[in-house]
Design a protein around this ligand. Structure first.
Ligand code: GLT
Ligand code: MN
Ligand code: MN
Length: 387
């Protein structure tokens, strides 16, 4: 069957995504709460490859040691029965009231220490389940008023925590990489390290920068009004695209976490095309949830839709490459001007000297139209299925 998800596509969902019962700040749950084992079976039914989790999506925060062991055993059995894997794990450092003013950036040393303790335990759990990527989303690491927290301390505390946890992973000899996820706001008024670009700069200040990359989320960059593809390209260029959260939403909204491709077809297309073109080999993780209008069947429609959309766009990317008219236009647009390209590249004094004297016909160069209108319309036609 066409557009059928296969393990090689590495489609994953969080327990918190398909398990989202539809509660929001204005209303109660509209769907039953599914157990982790039920969610694993649901994901297997729709054809996902893997399931990701926060520590407390699986093990309640107050569980005893024996409850933890039973829950983990049942979960592992469900994984075995279905063949699903756990490629990524993370810590819930936002739900419990202790984190009301942050975790790693809290002003309270007891909270910061507890956040480290909780994360080390959650790392142990993730590794036990097979995770090789560990995500950090600091939902509460921010402020409503800058009167209370010093943003400089926040960056330093965040660095201290990351350095501590990298050392922990090394001391345990775990095969685990960290992926930092940015978000500009919500649930805090403002969240520190607000975008993927901030994260990339921060990572370079860490003791073990090689272990740490990013987990950009499409909706989060759109909340900040940014071009997700451009951020992904920069992360890829830096060798830091360790994970990706695919979803969708309109610009300048709250975190809508819609089905992948539900809103911005073109952005989703160019993103998929990029991931496939560069050979991104990590998980395609859908960090989204079904509309609040849906029941459990609707949740399955949602999950199937995320994967189907990805595969349709992947197919469209192949069509784009095979389209003679599009390719001819691209060839024209990207034509090499060898008389100028020999003046570019690595500096040498001779080249600089020649370049300084080189005559440029500014008028002739700028008179030529670039045909992006034509190309963009061809892309639209392709996406709409009439090419
Ligand atoms: C939360 C958040 C997501 C993060 C998850 C990982 S939890 O749902 O909105 O963007 O990726 O902590
Ligand atoms: Mn989100
Ligand atoms: Mn996310």
């Amino acid at each position: 069957m066409r557009y059928q998800p296969e393990p090689e596509h590495k489609f994953t969902f969080g327990l918190w995504t398909v398990g989202n019962p539809g509660r929001d700040p204005f209303g109660e749950a509209v769907r039953p709460v599914l157990s982790p084992v039920e969610i694993v079976h649901l994901l297997a039914e729709v054809g996902a490859y893997g399931v990701n989790l926060h520590d407390n999506d699986l093990v309640p925060i107050d569980a005893t040691a024996s409850e933890r062991d039973r829950i983990v055993r049942d979960f592992k059995n469900a994984l075995k029965e279905t063949g699903l894997v756990v490629p990524m794990a993370t810590t819930n450092l936002f739900g419990d009231p202790i984190f009301k003013d942050g975790a790693f950036t809290s002003n309270d040393a007891r909270v910061r220490a507890y956040a480290l303790q909780k994360t080390m335990q959650a790392i142990d759990l993730g590794v036990e389940l097979g995770a090789q990527t560990y995500v950090f989303w600091g939902g509460r690491e921010g402020t409503e008023t800058d009167a209370g927290k010093n943003p400089l301390d926040a960056v330093k505390r965040m660095r201290e925590a990351m350095n501590f946890l990298c050392e922990y992973v090394k001391s345990q000899q775990y095969d685990l990489k960290f992926a930092l996820e940015a978000k500009p706001n919500e649930p805090r008024g403002d969240i520190f390290l607000a975008t993927t670009g901030h994260m990339l700069a921060f990572i370079e200040t860490l003791d073990h920068a090689d272990m740490v990359g990013v987990n950009p989320e499409m909706a989060h960059e759109h909340m900040a009004g940014l071009n997700f593809l451009h951020n992904i390209a920069q992360a890829w260029d830096a060798g830091k695209l360790f994970h990706i959260d695919l979803n969708d939403q309109n610009f300048a909204r709250y975190d809508q976490d819609f089905r992948f491709g539900s809103h911005n077809y073109k952005q989703a297309f160019f993103l998929v095309k990029f991931l496939e073109d560069v050979g991104y080999a990590g998980s395609r993780h859908f960090d989204a949830h079904a509309y609040r209008s849906e029941d459990v069947d609707g949740v399955k429609d949602f999950a199937r839709g995320c994967m189907r959309t990805y595969l349709i766009l992947k197919d469209k990317a192949a069509k784009y490459k095979a389209d003679a008219e599009i390719q001819a236009l691209l060839k024209e647009i990207h034509a090499e001007h060898s008389e100028a390209s020999s003046l570019l590249g690595v500096f040498d004094p001779q080249k600089a000297d020649t370049l300084k004297k080189h005559p440029f016909d500014r008028k002739a160069i700028s008179e030529v139209g670039l045909k992006y209108e034509k190309l963009d319309q061809l892309v639209f036609d392709l996406l709409m299925g009439i090419r």
